[in-house]
Design a protein around this ligand. Structure first.
Ligand code: NI
Length: 258
């Protein structure tokens, strides 16, 4: 066992995949990790995340682009109320997903814009989801009255888009897909991100990294993502894990509660 611990900056322990053993997964995750962040993607999962928050569990609240069709005024108001709760560190995950198009694109854009506005009003960082929607996302980020700060999660773009996100001041988080053999484009993107702007995550229950690809992903598997990026950067896992923790504290304004 290594002497150091990783953190998981993005997981969905609220997901139905954990309905049978959520408490056990959380317990073994906290036994291996310093802390983790449970990410909201709807009003219900955001409420559930707030209820899980504690000394080593941070929460985010927000409406995912898949759920944008449900982001009416009442839902946005519910997110605003939850955002003020103890243990909530960011608004997210929010953004655009033109790969699945589970919500109409115009509704995705308006839900994202409304939540950018919310983050600005509450002076909170955001966690962004972007899939095959880089140009429209850039237009909304660049035209926001207050430049958002926070994290581009589960980075899926190329090196040029990574540099654009860095230019906005965002931190860039990689998930298990960076370990997949065909993911050279993601590794090329990670190569251009300085170590003081990188984060790692599992996005559990999705995207279990190699060598566990295909299984239900759990927060401790973040170790494989971290080790892959540390190798890419030519630094030790321990050194990189230290960077990730400092970066996460800066990116998301986490207090020393962590
Ligand atoms: Ni996620």
């Amino acid at each position: 066992m290594p002497e150091f611990r990783w953190v998981d900056t993005h997981c969905h322990l609220q997901h139905a995949a954990f309905d049978g053993d959520r408490a056990e997964v959380l317990e073994r995750s906290l036994a291996q990790l310093d802390w983790l962040i449970v990410i909201g993607d709807s009003v219900a999962s955001s409420e559930q995340g707030c209820a899980m928050a504690g000394p080593r569990v941070h929460a985010t609240v927000g409406i995912h682009p898949h759920e944008a069709k449900h982001a009416d005024a009442a839902a946005l108001e519910a997110i605003e109320t939850l955002a003020r709760r103890e243990g909530v560190c960011a608004i997210g995950e929010i953004g655009l997903d033109y790969h699945y198009d589970f919500s109409p694109r115009d509704e995705q854009r308006s839900a994202f814009a409304a939540q950018l506005d919310l983050a600005a009003r509450l002076d909170m960082p955001i966690v962004i989801h972007c899939r095959e929607a880089e140009e429209d996302l850039a237009a909304l980020v660049e035209s926001a009255p207050v430049r958002p700060r926070g994290v581009m999660h589960c980075f899926g773009g190329d090196a040029a888009f990574a540099e654009r996100c860095l230019g906005w001041g965002l931190y860039i988080s990689f998930a298990g897909n960076v370990t997949f053999s065909k993911a050279q484009r993601l590794r090329d993107a990670a190569a251009v991100v300085p170590v003081d702007r990188l984060l790692v995550e599992t996005d559990s229950p999705y995207l279990a990294p190699q060598p566990l690809r295909g299984k239900r992903c759990e927060p401790p598997y973040v170790q494989y993502v971290g080790e892959a990026i540390a190798r890419l950067k030519g630094i030790s896992s321990e050194t990189f894990a230290g960077h990730v923790k400092e970066n996460a504290l800066r990116a998301l304004g986490l207090s020393t509660r962590a």
